[in-house]
Design a protein around this ligand. Structure first.
Ligand SMILES: *Cc1c(COP(=O)(O)O)cnc(C)c1O
Length: 383
């Protein structure tokens, strides 16, 4: 009987150590709803790592994006520019308010919003731009921020990939009025499902706190600023449980360790696959001058869907899971209902067909890493 090697997953959640101890502490303290001591510790640490003055823990990045849309009081008649190559939440959070997400193509270099294309898409109805730092590798975010401020638009950074990353020394998530983070299992630090809204414009904090607390001023009440709380806005419940905050605290305390391990995997891929990629005509990530990335993902870009499919099948045969992700949103069912058309965003549509992500997680073993690299190097691009 052949002994097949064990499948190397695309992602495996990594644990820092004290996660369960902290969760048990939350239970023992008798405070498992939101706004407990773990939430306060996490929010302080998030503000510190992200460089934003205020970070509000939420139930997901999707919910943080929804909060940002509601904080801006967006609604029917408003337009929000979003990249076509992103996860659906970047657009759906705005669509949920009745605003129209306008899909704009990305730069072929880094798959971040193309600033010239953003400028061309601005109309009198445009209120905001929501950008994504794809793979946490920023490009032209300074130019995008300048454009937004010159045209009176709010900039929101969907920073699900770029937590702790920088551009020209400045932390991603501090360029816009608001930024969101994700602590989903597939992100660099996780509590299973979770997120945060970072707020760089202090004038937006009070409303954000109210919306997160079902539209009540309960946050002010808890701080003793009002003597009873009441319904003051139409909000929702985006408060995360203190048990999840406890879990997340353990991960955040080990942030540097986690990042160090991920960066080691990323650089091993980049160094050991470079020659193979050049010979095979496969594109590897480009990190523009000034960008410091967080090793959120390592990807390869082929020339066609057929090449990518052959590559994924080749790795799968060697028990390695490689995955692709976003469909260009202008080609999706809802995207087309909102005005998107296939052909509008060629770079996004090409990336949707041709990009593949390699396994990358903090506790990848040297053996797993070597197996992935060897399996990739064995692949010959069919022409
Ligand atoms: C993961 C991700 C999200 C959604 O995060 P959740 O925490 O799962 O809601 C949104 N935007 C981008 C770019 C993401 O990668």
């Amino acid at each position: 009987m052949s002994s097949d090697p064990v499948l190397i997953p695309f992602n495996r959640p990594s644990f820092a150590g004290p996660e369960l101890t902290y969760v048990a502490q939350a239970v023992q303290r008798g405070h498992i709803s939101g706004n407990g001591t773990f939430t306060r510790e996490v929010e302080a640490l998030l503000a510190q790592i992200s460089g934003s003055p205020t970070a509000l823990l939420t139930t997901s990045c999707t919910h943080a994006l929804e909060m940002s849309a509601r904080v801006l009081r967006l609604g029917p008649g408003d337009e929000v520019i979003v990249p076509a190559y992103t996860f659906v939440s970047t657009a759906s959070a705005f669509a949920l308010t009745g605003a129209r997400p306008v899909f704009v193509d990305v730069s072929p270099l880094t798959l971040n919003l193309d600033v010239a294309a953003v400028e061309a898409a601005i109309t009198p109805r445009t209120r905001a731009v929501c950008t994504v730092h794809y793979a946490g590798i920023a490009q032209d975010i300074d130019l995008l921020a300048e454009l937004c401020s010159a045209r009176g638009l709010v900039l929101v950074e969907d920073n699900a990939h770029g937590f702790g990353a920088r551009f020209d020394g400045r932390l991603l998530g501090t360029f816009g009025q608001m930024a969101t983070m994700s602590f989903h299992e597939t992100k660099n630090v996780t509590c299973g499902e979770g997120g945060a809204l970072a707020i760089n414009d202090e004038s937006l904090v009070a409303l954000a706190e109210i919306l997160r607390e079902k539209g009540t001023d309960r946050a002010r009440f808890l701080r003793g600023q009002v003597d009873k709380y009441t319904w003051v806005e139409v909000g929702s419940s985006w408060v995360a449980s203190d048990m999840l905050a406890a879990f997340l605290l353990a991960q955040l305390e080990s942030f540097e360790v986690i990042q160090g391990r991920r960066l080691a995997v990323w650089h091993a891929y980049d160094e050991q696959l470079r020659d193979w990629a050049a010979r095979q005509g496969v594109r590897t990530p480009v990190v523009p001058l000034g960008a410091e990335h967080p090793a959120h993902m390592y990807y390869l870009r082929f020339d066609s869907l057929a090449q990518r499919s052959a590559f994924i099948a080749h790795l799968r045969q060697r028990q390695v899971m490689a995955v692709f992700h976003y469909q260009a949103l202008n080609c999706s069912t809802v995207g087309m209902r909102l005005g998107g058309r296939p052909g509008d965003c060629p770079v996004s549509e090409e990336a949707a067909d041709c990009l593949v992500r390699l396994p990358l997680f903090a506790d990848m073993t040297p053996d797993e890493l070597a197996r992935v690299i060897e399996a990739v190097q064995e692949f010959r691009v069919p022409r």
